[in-house]
Design a protein around this ligand. Structure first.
Ligand code: G16
Length: 543
């Protein structure tokens, strides 16, 4: 094997964000950009010698080329084995499963998740550790340090691997196994859910549309829903992964999956609508005439999980990211189990899952998952909903209403302000920070501030601390506003404003969401002086 050591220089700005390194695709295509980050990853994890890696992505533009680069660099860095999805395809949860199943040392996942794909859109690389989960902060810090210190990278001069053909081949001294991307993931799902009950549900005439948004879950959903579970052909729509996702945003929310939501609100709605994102870790659930917020979905899945075989013995605990509504905390309380509140980012659930403190976790950003892998898992959430529907034999809308009647309703909405000048966004956050100690007792828009802080997290497992994880303003009467800057954007800054209002147990659960949130929203705008600082209070995206 002819290892080539090529000279390079540090490239600024390769700091992994909430979910790996995400940039414009053309940036990744610049000389040495990808190579530097991949070499820094090998350096950050203590080298590649003797190691096994999983490699795959969501099929977006540059996926296959990036995989070839990574395979050659893995071989040059001494890896013994690479496991790659056929055609370069692996959903993020399937990659997580393969890492765990094969006791691999980690994996490279090529995706910018829900961001659009194409030469003028976004690309990303994320390293997942041997537990199958996103690299924890201490590892991403090492990788970042290595990007600053880099002077050379290693590769070999070898032919590209034929990614279309399942089988084993060599790249230098490294064995590459090209595997069916769906197979072992499907087996995992079959082992967790009552496929017979779900099959019977479909056989009884239950109807569904699953929008794969031209992204990675197409092959998974087609094989599992239409193949194994007998859903009607055509249940999966936009099921062929495209390099540009059909020029859409593969983000499963009422904005980007509007055609599906419109269908679900119409007279010809099927019983269930669902969608997943670019890399298959996010999900959206919509019943006939009933959109289920991700925060409610987490709570309802947790409250009903025991109906699925995998969770028959109950849950160890429930974790949610801080901006996610408190709905799941109420479920944990009723079940008598622990509830954890972590910073945004799936990596923070990893330790809790690894030591068995929690079984189910979720985030407001349309992510739900469990201890079966170390990523959020879009199809898993859909299958758990299907399992619950098959057992309860009620509509989605009735299940949601029952839940609110039992626990109260957490009205919830997220406002996104995109492409804000970074200095203005920082000014807004700094302005909030400066007021924190004086906010309690202040009255705005008819609400009194009960408490305010900036969220910090002390990991109960490894003792690591994470600061500056979002400003929280709690109001008397069960309202809350959270401000946070997105960690996944590729252009300017995105301010996220998360609004929440609890109805109270036995409170009014029938209001319009935005009406119920009006006071919290107005108070948040006034306290942050958003209009004065960024010149607008109307968001780009409301979910
Ligand atoms: C990523 C993380 C999620 C997190 C989200 C937050 O999602 O994996 O755990 O909730 O980022 O995004 P932001 O920082 O923009 O609010 P994904 O689906 O992009 O990998």
């Amino acid at each position: 094997m002819n290892i080539e050591t090529r000279r390079t220089k540090a490239i600024a700005g390769q700091k992994p964000g909430t979910s790996g390194l995400r940039k414009k695709t053309r940036v990744f295509m610049e000389p040495n950009y990808l190579e530097n980050f991949v070499q820094a990853t090998f350096d950050g994890i203590g080298g590649g010698a003797g190691k096994i890696f999983v490699v795959g992505g969501d099929g977006r533009f540059f996926n296959k080329a990036a995989i070839q680069t990574i395979l050659k660099m893995a071989a040059a860095n001494g890896a013994t084995t690479a496991i790659v999805g056929q055609d370069g395809i692996l959903s993020t949860p399937a990659a997580s499963h393969l890492i765990r199943q094969n006791a691999a040392d980690g994996g490279f996942i090529l995706s910018a998740s829900h961001n659009p794909g194409g030469i003028d859109e976004d690309f990303g690389v994320k390293f997942n550790a041997e537990n199958g989960g996103p690299a924890p902060e201490k590892l991403t810090a090492k990788i970042y340090d290595a990007t600053l210190a880099i002077t050379e990278y290693k590769t070999i001069d070898a032919a590209d691997v034929d990614l279309n053909v399942i089988g084993s081949t060599q790249v230098g001294d490294m064995v590459v196994h090209v595997v069916d991307p769906v197979d072992s993931y499907q087996k995992l799902m079959e082992s967790m859910f009552d496929f017979n009950a779900i099959r019977a549900l479909f056989a009884d005439g239950f109807t569904m549309k699953f929008d794969a948004m031209h992204a990675v879950t197409g092959p998974y959903a087609t094989a599992i829903l239409e193949g194994a579970l007998g859903a009607k052909p055509g249940t999966v729509i936009n099921g062929i992964p495209l390099e540009d996702f059909g020029k859409g945003h593969p983000d499963p929310n009422p904005i980007w999956a509007k055609p599906l939501v419109d269908l679900m609100m119409s007279d010809v709605a099927p019983d269930l609508g669902a969608a997943s994102d670019g890399d298959g870790d996010r999900n959206m659930i919509v019943g006939r005439g009933a959109y289920v917020t991700p925060s409610d979905s987490l709570a309802i899945l947790a409250a009903n999980a025991h109906l699925a075989p995998a969770y028959r013995d109950g849950l160890a605990g429930i974790a949610r990211s801080m901006p996610t509504s408190a709905a799941s905390d109420r479920v944990a309380k009723k079940l008598g189990i622990d509830a954890f509140e972590t910073p945004t980012g799936w990596k923070f659930f990893g330790n809790l899952l690894d030591v068995g403190k929690v079984t189910i976790c979720g985030e407001e950003s349309a992510g739900t998952g469990s201890s079966h892998v170390r990523e959020k898992d879009g199809l898993w959430a859909v299958l758990l909903w299907l399992n619950i529907l098959a057992v309860r034999k009620q509509s989605v809308a009735d299940i949601v209403t029952d839940h609110w009647q039992a626990y109260g309703r957490d009205y919830y909405s997220r406002f996104d302000y995109e492409d804000v000048a970074t200095d203005k966004a920082n000014q807004l956050m700094d302005g909030l920070r400066a007021q924190l100690t004086d906010l309690a007792g202040r009255n705005e828009a008819g609400l009194t501030v009960k408490a305010a802080d900036e969220f910090s997290y002390l990991d109960p497992v490894d003792g690591s601390q994470s600061h500056n994880q979002g400003v929280r303003i709690m109001f008397d009467g069960g309202g809350r506003a959270v401000f946070r800057l997105s960690g996944t954007g590729t252009q300017g800054a995105t301010i996220r404003l998360y609004l929440e209002q609890f109805s109270g147990v036995n409170g009014d659960i029938s209001q319009d969401t935005q009406d119920a949130l009006k006071n919290v929203r107005d108070a948040a705008h006034i306290i942050s002086d958003m209009e004065g600082l960024i010149g607008r209070i109307t968001p780009d995206v409301v979910t």
